[in-house]
Design a binder for this molecule. Sequence first.
Ligand code: CP
Length: 305
Amino acid sequence: MKNLIDIMQMSTEELQELINRALDIIDNPAKYAQACRGKKLATLFFEPSTRTRLSFEAAMYELGGNVIGFSEAKSSSAAKGESVADTVRTVGCYADIIAMRHPKEGAPLVATRTAGVPVVNAGDGGHNHPTQTLADLLTIYREKGTFENLTVGLCGDLKFGRTVHSLISAMSRYPGVRFVLISPEELRVPRYLITDLLEPNGIPYEEVTDLEAAMPQLDILYMTRVQRERFFNEADYLRLKDTYILTPEKLRTAKQDLAILHPLPRVNEISVAVDDDPRACYFKQVLNGKYMRMALILKLLEVNV
Ligand code: CP
């Protein structure tokens, strides 16, 4: 694997190898402290980010490497009209690996054609976010010890939430997984996930609007933010943004071993009162993201430790 653009590029065996590597990094950080000495990561973020950019940067520093990059398009020559292809061809002269976030779906794939170094999709529009899925998978694995026979509820903006699309794709390959897709009618998952993935593969799913009714059956609850930046119409955003707000009261019927995930940032969809619930895993997820990005950098740079 030379790039990571879509999580489905990785087999379940490769994902397990990456998880095992991340677990080894957690247990033996000193072993990896100089693994990328002399290597440079470029973080090219044409859209805002806290976790993805900073965790990539922290990951590279903890591997002994260095980081260059920009955190907004207007501080790069994209503001003067430079194409993505030319930008990454340039950055490929300076860096050994590129992590790129872009508002246009497919932009990281375009980047792979001219970069000359590995490119990682750090989020492309409303499409995919494969390294968030790596964080999600490590969190699920550490909480549940397996990916099999889980009922996974995804709640909120399933239309524009790119992390949802990548996670459904990844989890759909494990036996016994069922999806409960909880959203307003207007924010249901893109139809291609139903027609090209879930239905042809006989993967059980239901689309519902009521979070509380779905709650008792869930092993995983993956909450998401309504993606204001992808709406064409502010009035629609305002009408839909508070459809689901997870509170301690709404968790009364949940399983005792439910794992509550959220890719973050959160706006209003999980009450801060839930943060103290032992089932809340979203800040563990943040940390897991750094370890999985460390494992991914090692893999793409073909560094053997
Ligand atoms: N989960 C995630 O992608 O967060 P950021 O937008 O802060 O990177």
